[in-house]
Design a protein around this ligand. Structure first.
Ligand code: DGL
Length: 278
């Protein structure tokens, strides 16, 4: 086999994306929109969601298991589409595996730059807000603004059940946004990949004067740059397939994934490897 064909083989391999559940599909959509010719694999680790209240060691163990599964499926790059898992595990993942690994963090920097009154709010999980990575973010980009943080316990579970418009979901959002509004935040960071799926509800609660910022588009752009830098961008001319795996134990797991993805999807159970849809 020639060196050139080796490169081609690498380029045609899929990009793998995972999250504690369906939240990372908000990032996957940006990746698919920017790189429609790339084959994508997505794992929703819903059985173990939420990651937000797990220890770093527990999250790292989940990340290793999922990364092994996706690398076995021939992934050429790995996207950790989860702020909580990135904070807990990105360093150990990069130590263990050699493929490019892209993580994500709450958009404190862009929010600090966009805020007009210098008060920003951050909605995220407990795990993200308590992490050393987040402390570092505040240290680097939060010095000249007031940053009001709020852990949204229970919100990921509502989204995992597909309850995007339920009264209970809206009540939780009201409860969690109230302290940010009381402090006068004019910009709110959606610091968990599940939250873009309730963006409309959040908008209704905080009003149109408050800007909402999430990182999905930036992650997709960064992934593209990394693939380019490693000579891994596919030159496939056709729109490529997206394959989902879940270990969710809820009855309507496939419908929830399709609700988030916005279309019919190929979904299998993570273990055993059984198709949920065809
Ligand atoms: N979607 C994840 C994040 O971006 C984590 C949600 C959870 O499992 O707690 O932080």
């Amino acid at each position: 086999m020639t060196a050139q064909s080796d490169i081609c083989n690498f380029q045609h391999r899929p990009i793998a994306v995972f999250d504690s559940g369906v939240g990372g599909i908000s990032v996957l959509k940006h990746i698919h929109a920017l790189l429609p010719n790339e084959q994508l694999l997505y794992v929703a680790d819903s059985k173990y969601a939420p990651y937000g209240n797990k220890t770093a060691a527990e999250i790292q163990a989940r990340c290793f298991e999922i990364a092994d599964f996706l690398i076995e499926k021939n992934a050429k790059a790995l996207v950790v589409a989860c702020n909580t898992a990135t904070a807990a595990a990105i360093d150990v993942l990069r130590e263990k595996y050699t493929l490019p690994i892209i993580g994500m963090e709450p958009a404190v920097k862009p929010a600090a730059e966009a805020s007009k009154n210098g008060i920003i709010g951050v909605l995220a999980t407990i795990g993200t807000l308590k992490s050393a990575q987040f402390a570092g973010l505040l240290e680097s980009y939060g010095r000249n603004v007031k940053v009001v943080t709020q852990a949204c316990v229970g919100l990921v579970e509502c989204i995992e059940r597909g309850e995007l418009n339920a009264d209970a979901t809206k009540a939780l959002i009201k409860h969690y946004c109230a302290p940010l509004l009381a402090e006068g935040a004019d910009t709110i960071v959606l610091g968990c990949t599940h939250y873009p799926f309730v963006r409309q509800l959040i908008e209704q609660v905080v009003g149109s004067q408050v800007a909402l910022i999430d990182t999905g588009a930036a992650v997709a752009k960064h992934l593209k740059q990394q693939l380019q830098a490693h000579n891994l961008l596919s030159n496939n001319q056709q729109s490529a397939a997206v394959q989902f795996w879940t270990n969710s134990e809820i009855e309507n797991a496939a419908q929830v994934i399709e609700l988030m993805w916005g279309a019919k999807a190929n979904i299998s159970m993570l273990s055993p490897d059984v198709a949920l849809t065809s």
